[in-house]
Each structure stands twice: as C-alpha cells, then as structure tokens.
Ligand binder design. Sequence first.
Ligand code: NAP
Length: 295
Amino acid sequence: MTAKIIDGKSIAANVRHNCRSRVELLKRSSGITPGLAVFMVGEDPASAVYVRKKIQACADVGIQSHKFLFSHSDTQDVVIDKIRELSADPRIHGILVQLPLPKHFDLKAVLGAIDQEKDIDGFHLYNVGGLVVGSTVFPPCTPYGVMLLLDNSGVEIAGRNAVVVGASNIVGKPMALMLMQREATVSVCHAKTRDLAQFTILADILIVAAGCPNLITGPMVKSGAVVIDVGINRLPNGQLVGDCDFEAVSKRASMITPVPGGVGPMTVTMLLVNTISSAMRSANVANADFALADL
Ligand code: NAP
C-alpha cells in the first residue's frame, strides 16, 4: 500500500479563500474589519518567524493585524496592562500571545488576562473548559486544523480507534478531546508510555505530536491507518521532518500528511478562522461560527 498524501497546503488555501469572502462580506454588511493583536515578548528567532507568518496570513485574507513587541526586560505587568487595554478595544477581535514566554513570566496570568471572547488561540481556562464539555467557541488552532484535514479527506471518526502521541496542553490534550467529541475511542500516549508500539499499532487514526524525528516507524502502524504527523523537527543537515519515518509509514498507511505541507499550513489558517468568527460574533452576524462542514 502507498498512502495518499493529505495536502494541507491545498486544503488551507481553500479555507483561506473562504476566509477572504467572509471578511469582504463582513466589511460590506457591517463596516467591521476583523482585527488581530499579536504579542511577542523577547527575541526568540523561531517565534519571530511564526509571528511574521501570522501577520502575512492576516494581510492575505484582509484581517487588520497589530504587532506588540516587548523586550525580555519588560515586566509582566506592562504586558498584562496592554492585553487588558486591547481586550476592551472594539477594533480588536482576537488577541494572541506568541509562546514561549520568557521563563520569569507566569503563563497562566498572562493568558488569563485575555478576554475570553477574544482568545482566538483557545488557551484561556474558560475556553479549555468549553472544550472539555464540547462547547468551546475557540478550538485551539493545531488540533482544529487536524480535524479539518480529516473531514476534508473523508475520514470517518466515530467509533474508530484514535491514538494521540503527545499530551501537551496546546496539541495532544485538545486533540484527544476533539476526537472524543466526535465519538472516536481515544488513547493518549506520552514520554512515559511503556511500549508505545502496542498502542500505535491499534490506531485507525494515528496523530503524532511529540517532537521526536523517526519516533513512529513502519511496523508501529496498522495497515490502512490514517496518519497525521504534527511534529516539526529540524535535523542537523537543515532538513525539516516530522515525527514519522515518512517513507516506511507511507507504505503501511492509507493516508498521511507530509512535513512540511501537512498540518503546518492549517495551524495559521485556523487562527484566521477563529479571528473572523470572533469579529462576526461581535457584529451579531447569524451563523458566526464557522461550521467545519462550511470550510
Ligand atoms: P511539547 O509541549 O514538547 O509536548 C510533547 C509531547 O510529546 C509531550 O506530551 C511528551 O510527553 C510527548 N513525548 C515526547 N517524547 C515522546 C516519546 N518518545 N514518546 C511518546 N511521547 C513523547 O510539544 P508540542 O508543543 O505539543 O509540539 C509537539 C510537536 O508538534 C513539535 O514537534 C512541534 O514543533 C510540533 N507542532 C507543530 C505544529 C504545526 O502547526 N504543525 C503546531 C504545534 C506544534 P510528556 O508529556 O510525558 O513530556
């Protein structure tokens, strides 16, 4: 078997096309331009690249972005004050804080300062709780993008065995909750899981988000499984790879996402979706929530 490639770039391009139309419609019908505030603290080069990509993506669909840069020596209170100010600003519909924050910052306090109605990353405890009971308004972008890849690829979820490798707050845990919400039977593995292969081999849907190149080898994958590789790893030779041995896993899986070009383009795209949904809600537009089926 050779796996069909799930083309994240092309699916993301379709969603962005849809985003552009919704922004145009919102501007015409209510005079509102969706606004996103992006916070970055410190000079982490990888974070700077991500922030640049997010701002370009906003421009691409007509969202007005505003960048707020703070130095490593700025205090947490200064950052929180600015977040609170923008939380009350009606021109801003989404606020995101680029992670990681410097170690001396209290992540919970900073994320907790974001108005839950503008928490487009979905990291505020209110939205995390909403995810647990199946009613969040801001699904976290990476797992939200994975769900869209699965739906666009016609993957049946209800009743299937889904295994999530990785249990972080931003990818693995929300991913597991979203799959449970869609009635998959979900196992979550992490660094202390004993004999990872005994779990992965049972997966009809295998989602890997550990940050370890070649963690998943061919024999660990059930024949015909759908494999979503969230991992992004830079090898010493500069090559960008995921967490799966792509060649070997492609021979066992029925579908697989490449790295790059799989989940990555979806993450930023879902940030746009959440920002536009927020702006539509603020304008009281009916059906403001982007139903997955619409995208
Ligand atoms: P993270 O916070 O470091 O979490 C990694 C998770 O993987 C942890 O739960 C860890 O277990 C688990 N893990 C680590 N080594 C493992 C192993 N050998 N076996 C099983 N589980 C293992 O990372 P993250 O933020 O979730 O990101 C994960 C990967 O996805 C990274 O490569 C990151 O770059 C990538 N990523 C990609 C996108 C995208 O848009 N494509 C977005 C976000 C993240 P413990 O909990 O036990 O430590």
